[in-house]
Ligand binder design. Structure first.
Ligand SMILES: Nc1ncnc2c1ncn2[C@@H]1O[C@H](COP(=O)(O)OP(=O)(O)OP(=O)(O)O)[C@@H](O)[C@H]1O
Ligand code: SF4
Ligand SMILES: [Mg+2]
Length: 343
């Protein structure tokens, strides 16, 4: 059935390089994805695979140099983000797209009350009077379920716990009702109970405001708790993308299998060890030809280290870049895939 919702964000063949002392780091190498109105997409992958650089580039937060968009397109609503100048970006940040970061401790100004900080976003975009700004900031703190919001607005961030700071940052990010909320590892610094509460809050914001969410995490369990679709990223590329059901019930990429094996299952003995993916991701300074996962992949074939895997469509909305999906892959390799799919 055709999806009639509008596309809020389209990223096509995005390539980002970073100038470093050791040379050009190809941090993002041809990333494409889209997010529909009211949809949550999660980018999942190991540390250093380019998740944050991708997300920050959507808001053009990185200075060029060293971070340079080498190619590709980013369209947010109908705006060409790659071509936008800094004045346009200032308008877009906060009003069309809001962002929350991993560490709520460093993202708030310790010398300003929480209410004033949230009010500042409203001042930039809505030119509200001081009293109305304050009132709105209190309403927002209440909306992100901070008890006694009116009193809390007068406090400085130092008086807030980690979970409350993250809620305050969410309040600031959604103050102007952006179309897209980018959340970069928003729960990593929090304990498990608070983590679940923040995810629950993000889900209700998405539902109530019809907001789209791009969430970044290295944890597939967190991804499953909020996403409608998941994009698995490895070494600057998206290697598999699909709905949560497609990724969890029928994963196709050996790296996705590795990620799945490292998620604790409810039926698993608490003392049993999780299987982690052996080896380390490649350095992205002049990456080798072929599949970047080949040195760590148990199923690598000869072609894997010489040619970049093509993208294969597994089902509608589910695609994967792995040579195991090629119709001419050895029968043994296909059996490996089928065996995994049944598990
Ligand atoms: N300003 C910078 N200067 C040099 N290298 C950078 C810079 N920003 C990012 N990188 C490098 O680019 C690559 C991608 O980084 P990125 O922060 O996007 O990773 P990530 O997937 O978000 O990882 P994590 O899960 O650890 O946050 C990494 O190799 C990182 O070291
Ligand atoms: S393309 Fe080859 S090396 Fe890469 S994940 Fe698939 S089987 Fe493994
Ligand atoms: Mg990151």
């Amino acid at each position: 059935m055709e999806d009639s919702r509008r596309t809020v964000l389209t990223v096509k063949d995005l390539q980002i390089s970073i100038a470093t002392g050791s040379g050009e780091l190809q941090a993002v190498r041809g990333v494409s994805f889209h997010i529909q109105e009211g949809e949550a997409l999660v980018l999942v992958g190991e540390s250093g695979c380019g998740k944050s650089v991708t997300a920050q580039t959507l808001m053009r937060l990185n200075p060029d140099p060293p971070v340079h968009i080498k190619g590709g397109e980013i369209r947010l609503a109908d705006i060409d983000i790659v071509q936008a100048d800094e004045r346009q970006m200032q308008q877009i940040r906060g009003s069309l797209v809001g962002m929350i970061f991993q560490d709520p401790m460093t993202s708030l100004n310790p010398t300003m009350t929480v209410g004033k900080q949230i009010g500042e976003t409203l001042e930039i975009h809505h030119k509200l009077k001081r009293k109305s700004r304050w009132q709105k900031a209190v309403e927002l703190l209440d909306a992100v379920r901070i008890p006694g919001a009116a009193g809390r607005a007068r406090e400085y961030p130092g008086a807030f716990s980690g979970g409350m700071r993250q809620r305050a940052l969410i309040a600031a990010a959604i103050a102007c009702k952006p179309k897209l909320l980018i959340a970069d590892e928003p729960t990593t610094a929090l304990d498990v109970t608070i983590q679940a509460q923040i995810i629950d809050l993000l889900r209700s914001i998405q539902r109530e405001n019809g907001m789209s969410i791009l969430m970044i995490t290295h944890d597939l369990a967190v991804a499953a708790s909020i996403a409608q679709r998941i994009a698995v990223m490895y070494a600057g590329r998206i290697v598999e993308t699909g709905t949560v059901q497609q990724i969890f019930n029928n994963p196709q990429h050996p790296y996705t299998w590795g990620l799945m094996n490292s998620v604790p299952r409810p039926d698993q003995d608490k003392n049993s060890e999780l299987i982690t993916i052996g080896g380390t991701p490649p350095k992205l300074l002049g990456p080798a030809p072929g599949c970047s996962f080949a040195p760590r992949c148990k199923y690598a074939m000869r072609i894997c280290s010489s040619a970049d895997p093509e993208e294969f469509e597994v089902a509608s909305g589910h695609s994967c870049s792995c040579w195991l999906l090629h119709p001419q892959a050895p029968a043994a390799a296909r059996e490996v895939k089928e065996a995994y799919a049944i598990v």
